[in-house]
Design a protein around this ligand. Structure first.
Ligand SMILES: O=c1ccn([C@@H]2O[C@H](COP(=O)(O)OP(=O)(O)O[C@H]3O[C@H](CO)[C@@H](O)[C@H](O)[C@H]3O)[C@@H](O)[C@H]2O)c(=O)[nH]1
Length: 470
């Protein structure tokens, strides 16, 4: 077990945070740690050795303690050095990877034995087994899902009522009885939830997480009440359901540290600065930390961006050869490809950035909304299809990318991309989306305001339940 990185201070109250080993799940919990520390609550953050440096860097200059537990070894098909989903050779290994975390329980409990009294724990919904540890040690567990409440309500409504087993076609629209203005297709829901006779590792994992969630104290959501009040009210009104507490957007907890000396800024920010000088709007393109995109699809994206004529900044881990011969050279006047880890919020907050082609991972969506940047929604996996429905149809802060067969999981040809990129950046729908997202950006900021914001107060109320002098 790794060492404790900094001494726990003399705080009266103590929270344990334990995110799942993926960037999209870890980053919001790092922001949550900042919010707890600002309230004088001591924080112990659990992770694994390979994930530690990223977390340590993000929590540097704080009193948070970090404990790393060894990631289980000898998991069939999982290479020994992989401790994070973005390093998995294929996302099809996800259930194996996620189920393997159960082997961390013994070390986790050994570490808890020597910690000061824990008032509460926030652990990832995917780390279901941490509920057993919380019960053993007698502290409440709050479940952190990176999801919004819209996705929680809609998926539960259609899965619970077995509506996904009716339609023949995966693309037939199904009305959600509880919210009749919302229509989804089977393809909006992950395949593991659509099987009428579910079995296998993914099912086993889903059930374990669901059961532990129901038996925990409640859910924390990285969202804010003003964004989805209908769904929050619905969820919290239902009987026998653990409450959901909205404490976001968590990305606003950590102020952006911007380098003001121009030549010290990252090269892509300098490039955005130049575009600003020329009054040229830029489309930011990124698909999160774990999306798997075929080579054929990557090439089509490259052609679509090239043909659209817009300025773009594309963050991708793919090699130059995968994007098509000579692509980067041909577009160099108005488009750049970045292969490093970037500060995505800094990019989205840059005044040049006027649109975001995104896979609709919820962190990316929140960061875009907070920056007042409309979204070109291209969901790929997990709950991203529901996020896209919310973004485009419910809160109307985006446009959806056009697939060649109309299915939400369909292939996107360059023509469909070119058309929707232009719609977002120059069209009427894009204009409306921009106006709406700017309104939500103000509301998001307000929700996180110290003392008065709804999310600030919600977190205060929640903490008050576990940390009071009586
Ligand atoms: O170079 C990079 C790449 C990513 N990020 C950040 O990494 C996070 C990525 O999170 P997200 O946009 O949510 O994408 P995923 O990593 O794909 O997120 C997973 O986790 C999310 C939260 O549970 C889910 O909504 C998604 O469906 C799931 O794929 C964001 O905060 C980005 O700002 C960077 O800062 N720099």
């Amino acid at each position: 077990m790794g060492s404790i990185s900094s001494s726990r201070d003399e705080s009266k109250y103590h929270a344990v945070l334990f995110p799942f080993m993926s960037k999209g799940h870890t980053i919001p919990q790092i922001h949550l740690a900042h919010l707890l520390l600002r309230r004088g609550i001591a924080v112990t953050f659990f992770t694994t050795p390979a994930n530690r440096p990223f977390i340590a860097k993000s929590l540097a200059d704080t009193t948070a303690s970090i404990i790393d537990l060894p990631f289980p070894k000898n998991i069939p098909e999982i290479p020994p050095e992989v401790e994070s989903t973005d390093k998995l050779p294929s996302m099809s290994l996800f259930p194996k990877f996620a189920l393997a975390t159960k082997h961390m329980q013994a070390d986790f409990e050994k570490a808890l034995e020597v910690l000061p009294r824990v008032n509460f724990m926030v652990s990832d919904g995917f780390l279901w087994w941490t509920l057993e540890s919380a019960n053993k040690f007698g502290f409440p567990r709050l479940v952190f899902y990176g999801m919004n409440v819209f996705a929680m309500c809609v998926s539960r409504a259609v899965v619970g009522a077995r509506l996904l087993f009716g339609p023949e076609s995966d693309d037939e629209l199904i009305t959600v009885p509880q919210f009749p203005w919302i229509k989804v297709t089977k393809n909006d829901i992950e395949p593991s939830f659509r099987d009428p006779e579910p079995k296998g590792l993914h099912f086993e994992f889903n059930m374990a997480c669901l059961k532990a969630g129901i038996n925990s104290y409640g859910y924390l959501s990285n969202s804010f009440y003003q964004l989805e009040s209908t769904f929050v009210d619905y969820w919290n009104r239902e009987e026998n359901r653990n409450k959901v507490w909205l404490v976001g957007p968590l990305c606003l907890a950590d102020p952006l540290r911007i380098e003001h000396e121009p030549h010290k800024r990252p090269t892509w920010i300098q490039w955005l600065d130049q575009k600003l000088d020329h009054g040229s709007p830029v489309l930011y393109v990124a698909f999160g930390s774990q999306a798997e995109i075929s080579q054929e699809q990557l090439r089509e994206i490259a052609i679509g961006l090239e043909k659209s004529g817009v300025n773009f900044l594309w963050v991708t881990r793919t090699k130059e050869s995968e994007l098509g011969d000579g692509f980067e050279e041909r577009v160099k006047e108005r488009g750049i490809v970045v292969r490093e880890w970037v500060n995505q919020r800094e990019i989205l907050m840059h005044p040049s950035v006027q649109g975001f082609l995104s896979h609709c991972g919820w962190n990316s969506a929140m960061e875009s909304i907070c920056a007042g940047v409309p979204i070109l929604a291209w969901p790929m996996m997990a709950e991203q299809h529901l996020n896209a429905r919310m973004i485009v149809e419910e809160i109307k802060v985006g446009v959806r990318v056009e697939t060649c067969n109309g299915s939400v999981r369909g292939f996107v040809k360059w023509e469909g991309l070119e058309k929707t990129v232009k719609e977002l950046m120059e069209g009427e729908v894009g204009k409306m989306a921009r106006k709406n997202v700017e309104d939500y950006a103000l509301k998001a900021k307000k929700a996180m305001e110290e003392e008065t914001g709804s999310s600030w107060q919600t977190l205060d109320t929640l903490i008050g339940k576990f940390c009071s002098s009586n």
